[in-house]
Design a protein around this ligand. Structure first.
Ligand SMILES: O=C(O)c1ccccc1NCC(=O)[C@H](O)[C@H](O)COP(=O)(O)O
Length: 213
């Protein structure tokens, strides 16, 4: 399968290397302190400077202020910003204009009522991340290892390129791609041995599952 993969929540040089060697096209660094995958700016910088050209370095933020984004973008070499909070359409446009980086907006889906937001954000963002809506009371708004009903977006397309996320694993990713028609996928928990601990064998197995399909 010709599918582009983003592995999110990398926090060690070893797992960055494995993700790159295994063929991931995007690497995500989580700048949300409540996450078990959190990396501070010096750590993210140390990881990002070692990423080879051609692999996109994505900063994941949640309702970040301009001051926070200024610090991150000043110090970490980046190729994309991922907005994973409740950023409005206008805020997405402002961030695109202010930082000159492509912006991917995450949109949570749990039922048909969530689909209109995909249309709207697809008009203002460079990419959309179609992710499972976090359960009420969740500590983190993404990275919870939960899938939504993929049939909701079967063969759908939006104005912007998109990625499928939410509970993807080596075991279910081929079915997810076949059901949705996704050309890009994103995952975090599905390649971990514990929250925040990426597992090299699971990263390789996930990439192999797509390659061999
Ligand atoms: O992963 C996190 O810790 C996280 C924290 C705060 C906001 C978003 C977060 N992750 C977003 C991602 O891009 C995940 O890869 C995506 O939600 C899929 O996660 P998973 O279901 O664990 O594969």
């Amino acid at each position: 399968m010709d599918t582009r993969v983003k592995i999110c929540g990398l926090s060690t040089p070893e797992t960055v290397d494995v993700a790159v060697e295994a063929g991931a096209q995007y690497l995500g660094f989580v700048f949300f302190p409540k996450s078990p995958r959190y990396v501070d700016i010096p750590k993210a910088r140390a990881l990002a400077v070692e990423v080879p050209m051609g692999v996109a370095k994505v900063a994941l933020v949640v309702n970040a202020t301009d001051a926070e984004l200024d610090r991150i973008t000043d110090q970490v070499p980046l190729d994309m910003l991922q907005l994973h909070g409740t950023e409005s359409l206008e805020r997405v446009s402002d961030i695109r204009a202010r930082y000159g980086l492509p912006v991917m907006k995450a949109v949570g889906v749990s039922g048909p009522e969530d689909l209109a937001a995909l249309d709207a954000y697809g008009m203002v963002a460079d990419q959309i991340l179609v992710d499972t809506k976090a359960p009420k009371g969740a500590v983190i708004p993404g990275g919870n290892g939960l899938s939504f009903d993929w049939r909701l977006i079967s063969k759908r397309a939006w104005n912007a390129p998109w990625m499928l996320a939410g509970g993807l694993t080596a075991e279910n990713v081929v079915s997810a791609i076949q059901t949705t028609g996704a050309k890009q996928v994103d995952l975090s928990s599905g390649v971990e041995s514990a929250p925040g601990v990426k597992d090299p064998a699971k990263i390789r197995a996930f990439m192999a599952a797509i390659r061999d399909a």
